[in-house]
Design a protein around this ligand. Sequence first.
Ligand code: PEP
Length: 253
Amino acid sequence: MRRRMVLGNWKMNGTRAEAGAWSRAAAELAANLPSVDVGVIPAFVFLADVQRDAGATPLWLGAQNVAGYDNGAFTGEISASMLAEFGVRAVLVGHSERRHVLGESDATVATKFERAQAAGLTPVLCLGETLAERDAGTTEVVVLRQLDAVIERCGVASLGTAVLAYEPVWAIGTGRTATPEQAQAVHACIRSAIANRDAMLASLVRILYGGSVKGSNAAELFAQADVDGGLIGGASLVPNDFAAICRAANQDG
Ligand code: PEP
């Protein structure tokens, strides 16, 4: 049985006071929901506050980005070893905003994944197609190409210490959620592509769904056989909404 996980991606949002309220609420959830891993992914400047607020709770601390290089002359970048030393546990790689707004290629994403794992972080590898790609019937081709770029660079075994997140680009921040059937179909395709290389690993790897998850649709998404939780953007900024999603993941978990 895969343990469910719900991660809140705060993106570039929040004042320090707001971040404090969000993190304290999330820490309480992490402490009180026994069958789900709860985590938050704040902007870098809030990491220390979140870490303090999390205290001894099992709240996962995540970062939104990591450099694709080791330490050195890369002004403005933050290395995987810095994040690891700080106590960060997970890091997003390949989020659609970094792929499509900030121009990161599959190869860049694979390099960041590699650096994160080398430092002992858990990469949360985001995969997803644009609306045009879905309409063209290439969803699976795109998602598997993104996955293969990482497998080719790091090997399939690397997925054993990673988390995957299927995030259709057309569903992120749009209010338009994939139906449970759409999500399940892509999650099953990802899991079966991994199973072709390593069946045991495929049965263990967690695949989260992200894209306009709300308290009202979380339970039916998480009820799908291959959906192991959620990567939550907008709703993670509203403590009551994030709590409803985490509770939905905790049920029958
Ligand atoms: C995200 O940022 O990864 C995301 C899924 O955002 P939202 O939940 O707002 O669609």
